[in-house]
Structures are given as C-alpha cells and as structure tokens.
Design a protein around this ligand. Structure first.
Ligand code: ATP
Ligand code: MG
Length: 399
C-alpha cells in the first residue's frame, strides 16, 4: 500500500502551540483532499500520513494537492512495508524500479526512529544498497550528488520506502495566524499578494470594487475565476463585491482630477475597513509595490494608509515585476490576470496624477463632497459569495 508522507516546514519551530498548528494542518489537508476521495489523515513524529481508503484514488493529483498546502515543506510518496528487512528488500526494490531505471547514480539514506529494529541506520543502508546493486548492476553509488536518493525509514508502525522528496510550498497552515482581507483586482499583483500572505498562515478573504457599466461582466468573471484559482493555495475564500460606480462618478464630478486616484484608493480602503471591522479581520492586504505606478509612490501610499484603521500589508512592496510574474505563473493566475478587461482603477484616471500628494491637500479635496451616504449605500449593496476548494460556489447574500 502507498501513502503520502508530508513533512512539516516552519511549524516544527512552534514549541508550545505545536499541536494546534498540527491539527490545523491536518484539517487543511483533509479539506483539500475531500473532493478527491476518502483518505485517512493522521499525524505522528513530525509527519502527516495520508492514506487513501480506496484503490481508485488519483495519487498524482493527491500529491499535487498536498504539496500546495501551506505548512508542508516536502512530500514523499512511499510504500508501506512490514518492519522486516527481507520484506523491505523483496517489495521495496520492485516498487523503486521505475525510478532506479531512470537514474545513473543513487544513494540509500536510512532513518530508524524505532530503535528496537535489529539493524542500525548504516547497516540498513548497506544491506539495502547491496540489494539495489545486485538488481541494477550498472547503477553507480554516489553519496555526494546522486541522481536519486532512496529513503528507507523504520518508524513506529511500519517501514517506508520512497524514492523522491518532492518540495512543497512551505509556509504556515492557513488560519494559524488570523484572517485578513485582500483588495483583489483583476491584475497580476493582488492574487500573488494573496498567495504570499496565505503562506504566512493568514486566512485570506477578498474584496473587489466594480464599476459597471464602465467595467464589464467579463471583468468581474475574471476576478471570480482568480478567486477560484486561489482556493488551491488559500483554501476557502469569501468574496465581497462592492458596487463602486456612483462613488467614482461623484469623485469625477466633484474633486480635482489630479487627486482622483489617491482619493479613490482612500475611499476603497474606507469601505474595506468597514468590512474588516464587521468581519473581524485583522488586516488589509494589497498588491502594491513601491514605485510601480503613480499611485504607488511613498507619499501616495502614505495618504492611502491614513484612510484605514487596520494595518495594510503589502507583501509585494519590495519585489520587481519579474519576480511577481514568476509567482503568478507558478500559482497559475498569470494567464487569467493578463486577460485585457478593464479594472475600475483605470476608469476616469487623470492624465497627470499627483505623484507626491500631500495628505492635507488630499483630505481638503476629498472633503469638497460628502461621500458618506454613497459609501454607506455601496456597503449595503455588497454581494457576498463563498468560493470553496474544489470549485463549489455559493452566494451568501444578494442585494
Ligand atoms: P494589480 O496587478 O493587483 O491590479 P496594479 O499593479 O494594477 O495591481 P493598481 O491598479 O494601482 O496596481 O492597484 C494596486 C492595488 O490596489 C491592487 O494590487 C489591489 O490590491 C488594489 N486594487 C486595485 N483595483 C482594485 C479593485 N477594483 N478592487 C479591489 N482592489 C483593487
Ligand atoms: Mg490593477
């Protein structure tokens, strides 16, 4: 029988809270696999064991899903064997055949946490290595840079043989560090920001501002499809869609165009702030990166921050576009993000935005019009949807 062994990452450092973290991790794994079949997930000795309960489970897909669960540093697909050296050789070598045939060199690494096993780790390595060499005489032993490393582990309940340690996403279990609300546009950056903060253990929900008819239904569907894709890493996501048209029109009609972008962003944050308070989120997240566009200068960021009571996390702040794109490709949001539908941020934007807005001036300009009734109306018009792992989608409220 095969199992997936998932090894912890940073969670291992967590001393006191460790068992909470581990429970959360096991729960997240169960949740991620639910739509794939029945699995038994339990944890022992700094490892989560994931055992399929039926024959027809797609193990490749299961390995992929588990390797995308934050909190796991590496995954191994392993054969479970009785703790008997002859049996380990008899069944282990055929199991490794495919991988051994592809390699030119190998080494065996043994780990024995069950000290009652009669052979020591170096002895296991020796005996198993001899058997591999007998079966594959052309294969060279290379202890420094082998093509493949065969692991033989003797643990409490069984012995395990595996050929490949697949690197996983690392980070901390989603939910272990609280909740935050992401400002999600249809662009490249904000989905990456979601990934980065989920990696640090935050449960991420998302708010999106749309301005129909200036922004289209297709633009909204693009953002929803990003949400769907993000569940692969972030788990379930609650999505708040804010009708923003009237606010933007009022802003266009009543305030100096040079301040349009910075005031618009402040108004977005005020609404996001309200969702944060009501939904008990601990922070806001944006995809901003210093200097990327006019609204992302230090002074613009400073003016925007002042509109929020909650900390605004900007995980991409020091990254180059190229680095951001690399992650977007890895998490498969890039191709969706570059679909050319407009975002409300590009509606009514001025030709010459202030790159160094001063807070006093911004506030004075913003106060030329009383936005509070429109803000309240927008908040009341929010449509909330839940995006679940595995593609399920549910409307929580409609207008
Ligand atoms: P992105 O690629 O994430 O769209 P960007 O480089 O296009 O970012 P801006 O358009 O200035 O930069 O947006 C900066 C940030 O503001 C975004 O990363 C996102 O967090 C937030 N944001 C922009 N537009 C929206 C929107 N329509 N709804 C929600 N948040 C938005
Ligand atoms: Mg954008």
């Amino acid at each position: 029988m095969e199992v997936i062994m998932a090894k912890y990452g940073e969670i291992a450092l967590k001393g006191l809270n460790r068992s909470n973290f581990e429970d959360m991790l096991a729960r997240n794994i169960r949740r991620r696999l639910k739509t794939l079949g029945n699995f038994e997930v339990d944890r022992r000795q700094s490892t989560v064991y994931i055992k399929p309960l039926s024959e027809d489970v797609d193990m490749d897909e299961a390995v992929k899903r588990v390797s995308h669960v934050f909190g796991i540093a590496a995954v191994q697909r392993s054969l479970v064997l009785p703790k008997d050296m002859d049996e380990i050789i008899r069944l282990g070598i055929p199991y490794l055949k495919g991988a051994l045939e592809k390699a030119k060199s190998y080494k065996v690494e043994a780990k024995r946490s069950d000290k009652s096993f009669p052979l020591t780790s170096p002895q296991i390595q020796q005996v198993f290595g001899d058997a591999v060499t007998d079966a594959f005489p052309d294969l060279k032993v290379d202890v420094h840079q082998p093509d493949m490393t065969v692991m033989v582990e003797i643990r409490d309940k069984a012995a395990y043989v595996n050929a490949e340690k697949i690197p996983a996403v690392g980070g901390m279990p989603v939910g272990s560090n609280g909740n935050a609300l992401l400002l999600l546009s249809g662009g490249i950056d904000s989905p990456v920001a979601a990934y980065m903060m989920a990696k640090r253990g935050l449960k991420v929900d998302a708010v999106h501002f749309q301005s129909p008819p200036y922004t289209s239904q297709r633009a909204l569907m693009k953002v929803e499809s990003l949400c769907e894709k993000l569940t692969e890493y972030c788990g379930d996501i609650r999505f708040y869609c804010v009708p923003f048209t009237e606010i933007q029109e009022a802003l266009r009609d009543n305030c100096d165009g040079d301040y349009f972008t910075v005031i618009m962003r402040r108004l977005m944050l005020k609404i996001a702030n309200d969702i944060c308070r009501k939904g008990n989120y601990g922070a806001l997240i944006t995809g901003e990166s210093v200097g990327q566009v006019a609204s992302q200068t230090l002074s613009a960021i400073g003016c925007t921050d002042k509109a929020a009571d909650f900390p605004v996390l900007r995980p991409l702040v020091g990254m180059d576009k190229k680095e951001i794109v690399e992650i977007a490709r890895k998490i498969d949001t890039f191709e969706t993000s570059i679909l050319p539908y407009e975002d409300c941020c590009t509606v009514f934007t001025p030709k010459h935005p202030r790159t160094k807005p001063r807070l006093q001036e911004v506030i004075a300009e913003e106060e030329k019009f009383d936005f509070s009734p429109l803000i309240e109306k927008a908040i009341n018009g929010i449509v909330t949807e839940d995006f679940k792992i595995g593609g399920e989608r549910r409307t929580v409220n409609a207008e």
